[in-house]
Design a protein around this ligand. Structure first.
Ligand code: AVI
Length: 316
């Protein structure tokens, strides 16, 4: 099923001008490993900046939740990752004697198993209920619970959506929330090119490998014959637009065959495949996205350099 979708997306993406492939296909086993390396690179400030916010401001973040005495809440994390930021928030909830359940949701059951194991080890007695599946389906099921929910969507994950996709995502999210629920939305903030571009064009070439892995994946899974030496990683960022974009650029005129699709694709010299956008935000851009939904921004926590923001958003 998954492979059929992959074939369809590659066929339609490479038949378009300009050519494109959805960035979700970066994340096979190798892609997941490379992304962990990316998060540890000196140039990739995003993870460190958001970590600083959770390390230093978890108490204030919790105050913003406005939990009443005796109230029980549910902390629901979308795309839970490794939980290294969230754990600071959970520790602080315990310190504040707030009764809560932690509910990570992910489409990867592997990721969830690892997270649940680690969290239980770090926080004995933690009430954790991990849910495997589609975010919106799971949130829909959770909507019946009488407890107020805090939804965590961290790590600038929303940045990999176009503004139209983000608007739809936020609208679907808000439909599955009750009045009084809150969202903690982690976004990378618009800033100068000299900071942003190196995060997507690191000196060690890890991001290049991450991007090129998409071609390797198509070779492996779709029987394509991409020559990895004939494509280069080609990232760009314009501060006025606030979107980092990654491309794979063909260094020569060439024809690539994809066996399982039964098609050949012609690449001109310097023709590019658009593989990813990483949208950077400010108050106005976020405002436009939540404008048409029953949500309002309460406040924003930023790191000391003002590079990353965790917005507290209310379902009104
Ligand atoms: C997962 N996502 C938020 C990362 C980002 O910064 O857009 C993916 C990434 N792509 C290249 N480097 C990191």
């Amino acid at each position: 099923m998954m492979i059929e979708q992959f074939k369809q997306d590659v066929l339609s993406g490479l038949s378009q001008t300009p050519k494109q492939i959805p960035s979700k296909y970066f994340y096979d086993k190798r892609g997941d490993e490379l992304f962990v390396e990316i998060m540890n690179m000196p140039e990739y400030y995003l993870t460190r900046s958001e970590m600083e916010i959770f390390q230093k401001q978890s108490r204030d973040i919790i105050s913003s939740f406005d939990v009443q005495k005796g109230e029980e809440i549910e902390v629901v994390e979308l795309g839970a990752g490794d939980g290294t930021k969230t754990i600071h928030l959970l520790y602080e909830l315990i310190r504040s004697r707030i009764t809560f359940k932690y509910i990570p949701i992910d489409i990867s059951s592997n990721a969830l198993d690892g997270l649940e194991h680690r969290m239980k080890e770090e926080i004995p007695g933690l009430a954790i209920d991990s849910l495997h599946g589609d975010y919106f389906q799971m949130l829909h099921d959770l909507k019946k619970s009488p407890n107020r929910k805090i939804i965590l969507f961290l790590g600038s994950s929303i940045g990999n959506m176009s503004d139209e996709e983000a608007t739809l995502f936020i609208a679907s999210l808000s439909k599955n929330l009750n009045k009084g629920d809150k969202i903690v939305l982690g976004v990378d903030l618009i800033k100068e090119k000299s900071v942003v571009l190196p995060a997507y064009d690191d000196a060690a070439g890890i991001t290049r490998d991450f991007n090129l892995n998409l071609l390797e994946r198509m070779n492996r899974e779709l029987g394509a014959d991409f020559d990895l030496d004939a494509f280069v990683h080609d990232p760009e960022y314009h501060e006025s637009e606030g979107i980092a974009k990654s491309f794979l650029k063909s260094t020569k005129k060439q024809v690539v065959a994809i066996k399982s699709i039964g098609k050949q694709f012609v690449f001109d010299e310097n023709e590019r495949i658009h593989t990813e956008i990483s949208r950077k935000y400010n108050d106005q851009i976020l405002g436009k996205i939540i404008d048409q939904s029953p949500l309002s921004v309460q406040q924003c926590f930023t790191d000391q350099k003002n590079w990353f923001g965790d917005y507290i958003i209310n379902r009104v």
